[in-house]
Design a protein around this ligand. Structure first.
Ligand SMILES: [Zn+2]
Length: 458
């Protein structure tokens, strides 16, 4: 099987940011890929003897593990640049859900293609798409196929509203997305998971909308389904200051405390945002190894709050980065999220050492792969060859004394030259190679105009 003298792809001459504590950054380094795995990492000189089917001269670049976006909503891509200045729950009820209800299956598929292209071009190799519009099984599977067609890996968490809860009804959130009972939603998700089980390049997981306003039975059912089928599950949680307050009013407890009480926290549980947590809830999330998808740009866009990053990580939580949907971030660019993840902590604590670039890189790579359960996120032999190559020659990246800091503070998604997923080059010279980008952009633009008109949001 593996022949130590040859490889399929040799990336040589770049600064290799391995994210492996033992190896660190290898200047004038090289990464060898055989099949879908990294076969060797070392200096360019050490790997010079390999016979490579293809050699890429990476001098003047940084070679790092592929970035992992652990929370987005690709269907929102056609609403980019709309919906400004609203608090989250009215943004949902008055803007996002009318838009979502106007989407056809083909709209959602094209939006997923657009978002996946944008993500791939920005160096993202894996993403979690919390998809809930439309959430019929055919559309969910079409969205998963679209992500895969661009060449990415990841998860489509099938959004479920379920039977309207009292909280949803009381806050005007029980509109058109509440199409099915909780039991029916869970059965539809089971069918989607069967079509894309764990191990698929793009898997399906249960994805109830939001712990605060979902039917509690839907949350228990989602966690049970994840346990039974071997998937994770994903939901928004504690993302606005109102969440714990409203939940306490309805149930006499807070969202995370309730999840803990029912044994629903743990490594399979991936919560988007997780901002407004008490000290006790931080401990519950940490002790159970629950994962949190942190979306710093989105949190600032909605003025939703600041993640307790240091406390959560110290308690044992897995914290990774997400962009959040294109209508609540407006980009699918994890470089921007890395920078903002650091800056928001510093500003919030008025402490320039509250977080550093190395932490942001870890959240966007190693920790993201942990959250998704993907054997990537570190450049080391045996790991999946999910790799991003970033050009460092532009004026805004000159000089780059500290490559990690330059990547976090100075680089942009548009500096990515090559994105590799499972050993396959899916972005070359900054363009997607598996799909026709220009055709996707043109079709997305036509559809976006038509959806906005139908939904009455322009
Ligand atoms: Zn979200």
């Amino acid at each position: 099987m593996s022949d130590a003298t040859r490889c399929d792809l040799l990336l040589t001459g770049g600064a290799v940011v391995t994210m492996d504590a033992a190896t660190g950054v290898v200047e004038d380094g090289a990464v060898a890929v055989l099949g879908d795995r990294v076969s060797a990492v070392g200096t360019a000189a050490e790997l010079a003897g390999l016979r490579a089917a293809r050699t890429v001269d990476c001098r003047g670049t940084a070679v790092l593990p592929g970035l992992v976006d652990t929370h987005t909503h690709l269907y929102q891509g056609l609403a980019r640049s709309l919906g400004e200045g609203m608090p989250l729950w009215s943004w949902l009820a008055d803007f996002m859900w009318p838009y979502a209800a106007a989407l056809t299956r083909e709209d959602a598929r094209v939006a997923a293609l657009l978002g996946a292209v944008e993500a791939a071009r920005a160096g993202t190799t894996a993403l979690l798409d919390h998809h809930y519009a439309p959430a019929d099984p055919e559309t969910v599977l079409a969205v998963a196929a679209a992500v895969e067609a661009v060449g990415l890996r990841g998860v489509v968490a099938r959004g479920m509203a379920g039977t309207p809860s009292a909280v949803a009804r009381d806050h005007g959130l029980d509109g058109g997305l509440f199409a099915h009972s909780t039991a029916t939603e869970l059965e539809l998700t089971r069918a989607c998971v069967a079509a894309r089980p764990p191990g698929s390049r793009v898997e399906v997981w249960p994805g109830p909308h939001n712990v605060t306003y979902a039917d509690q039975e839907l949350l228990r059912g989602s966690a049970a389904l994840a346990r039974e089928l071997g998937t994770g599950w994903h939901a928004h949680c504690a993302s606005t200051p109102r969440d714990p307050e409203v939940y306490r009013g309805a149930y006499g407890t807070t969202p995370v405390a309730w999840l803990h009480e029912w044994g629903l926290l743990g490594p399979r549980t991936t919560l988007a945002h997780g901002i407004h947590l008490s000290d006790a809830e931080v401990r519950m999330v940490g002790e159970t190894g629950t994962a949190v998808a942190h979306c710093p740009v989105s949190n600032q866009y909605g003025a939703d709050g600041v993640l307790r990053l240091r406390e959560l990580r110290a308690a044992g939580a897995v914290v990774a980065l997400g962009t959040d949907g294109a209508a609540y971030n407006h980009r699918q660019d994890l470089f921007e999220c890395m920078k903002q993840a650091v800056l928001v902590q510093r500003l919030h604590r008025l402490d320039p050492d509250a977080s550093r670039s190395g932490e942001a890189l870890a959240l966007a790579t190693r920790e993201g792969a942990r959250l998704l359960g993907v054997d990537a996120g570190v450049l080391a032999p045996g790991r999946l060859a999910d790799v991003t190559v970033v050009g460092l020659g532009a004026p805004h990246l000159t000089p780059h004394h500290d490559v990690g800091a330059a990547l976090v503070y100075a680089a942009r998604g548009s500096d990515v030259r090559m994105t590799i997923v499972g050993g396959e080059v899916v972005v070359e010279d900054g363009r997607c190679v598996r799909v026709d980008e220009d055709a996707i952009v043109a079709e997305a633009l036509d559809r976006a105009r038509a959806v906005a008109r139908r939904a009455g949001i322009v």
